[in-house]
Design a protein. Structure first.
Length: 144
């Protein structure tokens, strides 16, 4: 699979909640600075099902901007409705009950590096908009 198709497949898997497939598209030495979750691979992948449960209609809004060799530049614009409990116990923040409020994160830009059909790194441009605190603020809740 070429780098563009690999990144698209990863986001498609996350979009539909196929976290097993998403995990298979990440290299064993995957590294990330994902600002929305800010944790290492195990925690990042562990949050996927929790976000999907809390935001069943979560849309990552992936757009591939360019591909140069094994480097894929992309953007995402996350939006969805908080209609399920958001379990943040792994972050020691408790469970946030559904608010039925809409979430809309400003478009963010990132770079993924792909090797042998697997994503080895994923870096997002640093923004204030897509961190967990901003998401909670949009939902009008404070972590427990």
């Amino acid at each position: 699979m070429d780098p563009k198709a690999t990144v698209q497949a990863l986001m498609d898997a996350l979009q539909i909640g196929d976290f097993k497939k998403a995990h298979c598209l990440l290299s064993d030495d995957f590294s990330s600075d994902i600002s929305i979750i800010c944790m290492v691979l195990a925690r990042w992948m562990g949050m996927g099902p929790k976000l999907k449960a809390a935001f069943p209609n979560l849309d990552y809004g992936l757009n591939i901007e360019s591909v140069n060799g094994n480097i894929v530049k992309f953007s995402t614009q996350i939006h969805g409705t908080h209609s399920g409990d958001l379990d943040l116990t792994m972050l020691k923040m408790g469970v946030i009950p559904a608010t039925n409020k809409s979430l809309a994160i400003a478009r963010e830009y990132g770079i993924a590096v792909v090797r042998n059909g697997k994503v080895i790194s994923w870096a997002m441009e640093s923004t204030k908009c897509a961190n967990l605190i901003t998401i909670l603020e949009q939902l009008g809740v404070k972590p427990q």
